[in-house]
Design a protein around this ligand. Structure first.
Ligand code: MTE
Ligand code: MO
Length: 529
């Protein structure tokens, strides 16, 4: 092809690509600042991410959780940025040929961001602003850079490259825009931190009430202290986290309210935190597990929760369970970020320690675990019981309403299935022959664990030694001393719950109501040297 000095393809392309990226950076920075000034959830990246999470088919979501674990949100964020980077380069290249077309693409992305923000729970028209302001800024920067970078050379200017503005001038302009964007981005971070300051202060000032009914101390023998086995009580820092929130909601305890209403509620209530905690406060140890936990998976944790009995509160509101003629069989909890979680009213009111919890292991709930108030119900998977950042309780029926996960192929009702896990040795561990402590945990919340058995290479089941029981609502540790012989071996575990039912070995996946099957660990035993 013959070079045409008036339309040099290569530099024009370079100008386009650089302009596209720089314009996107500038637009995103301004969008973040606008979002920080209003609602952080309205940032286009967060809003699009949230929409992607909500629209992702179950199979893809389970695959992503299996692959990335709790880093799934980070991966999603990076994925969105990667798509944006490609689109930014594309819009820049297009703009270098056809300025209006490139700007139209930027506008299109702004529109997608705005629509995503508007579709989020509890959105108002203002939430469209960050994406729109960002797109406007991005389009402006794109216009500026492309016209500056591709302007025809003034007549008689020295023949030096093909662009009008020399490389150095364009480079300076790019650097200036990036510097301003960095400043704007920093401002957005500052403003974001400032916006959450009220919530952070309210948590720091929150003094946990003293329990009216304290939990007895954890029995001495509950923690077997086997190396490789986690502690009986899971630390708040180490507690698994599963939710759809891309930004952890930071709720101000001082302005928090809980509304209780719906079918069969003869005395609707709206309570602030002080009013809620004017009621008896109980302390109870409960193991929380996630329905998305694969056999042997990590999504289980055990904590000492402090809170108000939910059953009593419902009774106060005039609610009767279905067994006493109440019209509502489903309690739908809603969180500030629009999550809905449906729990059987009968279960919540059957006397178990179903709590509106404010404390976790002697501390106010961490923001990531639902500050200021969350639900915990012993015996039910988290997605049907453990609403974090709760702000509404509505009584209805299972026939009339499907909660968030139920609309995404999960079961309406999901009691925890009896499970056991080998925590040590680790899969494919290289072990020396001789005595090896095989140990783990087993759970069957609200039924309790009565026995755990281990077998090697499909042989006879051997009784493991159990840690002391801390009631029926928590997991139990177990240990079994194994005389390991050289070779490859397969360890398997199964539990018997408090009703005498033995954990099934039939393997089923997590959808729709929790995985079953025995946890299996393969190890290699080799004589050293
Ligand atoms: N608001 C809100 N609450 C929620 C969820 C959520 O996505 N949003 N996830 C639920 C699920 S699936 C589980 S397993 C538990 C996990 O609680 P944790 O993150 O404190 O361990 O929270 C439940 N409560
Ligand atoms: Mo879950």
């Amino acid at each position: 092809m013959k070079a045409d000095p008036s339309r040099p393809a290569r530099p024009r392309r370079a100008v386009g690509a650089v302009s596209g990226i720089v314009a996107a950076v500038a637009g995103l920075a301004l969008a973040q600042l606008t979002a920080a000034a209003g609602r952080p959830e309205a940032s286009p990246v967060t809003a699009v991410g949230g929409a992607v999470v909500d629209l992702t088919p179950v199979a893809v979501r389970e695959w992503a959780i299996g692959l990335f674990g709790t880093a799934d949100k980070l991966v999603l964020g990076l994925g969105i940025l990667a798509v944006l980077a490609v689109a930014a380069v594309g819009s820049g290249l297009l703009a270098a040929r056809h300025l209006a077309a490139g700007i139209a693409v930027v506008g299109g992305f702004g529109l997608v961001g705005a629509l995503a923000a508007l579709s989020r729970p509890e959105a108002s028209w203002r939430d469209a602003l960050p994406a729109l302001v960002g797109a406007l800024a991005s389009a402006g920067v794109l216009y500026l850079l492309i016209t500056a970078g591709t302007r025809p050379r003034p007549a008689g200017a020295p023949q030096q490259g093909a662009w009008a503005m020399d490389r150095r001038g364009f480079g300076r302009l790019v650097a200036a825009v990036l510097a301003v964007s960095a400043g704007v981005g920093l401002g957005a971070r500052r403003l974001g931190a400032h916006g959450a300051a009220g919530a952070t202060a309210s948590r720091a000032d929150f003094v946990l009430p003293r329990p009216t009914v304290p939990a007895p101390p954890v029995p001495a023998g509950a923690d077997l202290r086997v190396p490789g086995l986690g502690p009986f009580i899971t630390g708040n820092q180490d507690f698994y986290r599963v939710d759809t929130a891309l930004v952890v909601p930071r709720v101000d305890a001082d302005t928090w309210r809980l509304r209780i209403h719906g079918e069969g509620v003869s005395r609707p209530l709206t309570l602030d935190l002080r009013q809620l905690l004017a009621r008896p406060v109980v302390e109870h140890d409960i193991t929380l597990t996630c329905v998305s936990n694969e056999v042997g998976g990590p999504y289980a944790g055990n904590a000492r929760w402090l809170g108000v009995r939910l059953g009593d509160l419902l009774r106060e509101a005039g609610v009767r369970p279905p067994s006493q003629g109440g019209p509502a069989d489903q309690l739908v909890a809603r969180s500030v970020d629009g999550m809905t979680i449906g729990t059987p009213v009968e279960t919540v009111m059957d006397g178990r320690a179903a709590l509106l919890a404010v404390g976790m292991n002697g501390r106010p709930l961490p923001f990531a675990h639902g500050f200021p108030v969350r639900m915990v119900v012993p015996g039910l998977y988290g997605y049907v019981s453990a609403c974090k950042w709760i702000d509404e309780l509505r009584l209805t029926t299972f026939a009339a309403y499907d909660a968030y996960w139920v609309r995404r192929s999960w079961a309406q009702q999901a009691p925890v299935k009896t499970q056991s896990r080998i925590d040590t040795p680790r899969p494919y561990a290289g072990l020396a022959p001789g005595r090896v402590a095989v140990a783990g945990v087993a759970w069957a919340q609200h039924r309790g664990i009565d026995g755990v058995q281990v077998r090697v290479d499909g042989g006879a089941w051997q009784e493991a030694r159990l840690g002391s029981a801390d009631g029926v609502d928590t997991w139990r540790q177990w240990v079994w001393p194994w005389e390991a012989t050289p070779g490859r071996h397969r360890l398997e575990v199964r539990a018997t719950d408090g009703t005498g039912a033995v954990q099934t070995g039939d393997r089923t996946g997590t959808v729709p109501d929790g995985a079953t099957g025995w946890h299996t660990v393969d190890v290699d035993v080799r004589a050293l040297g």
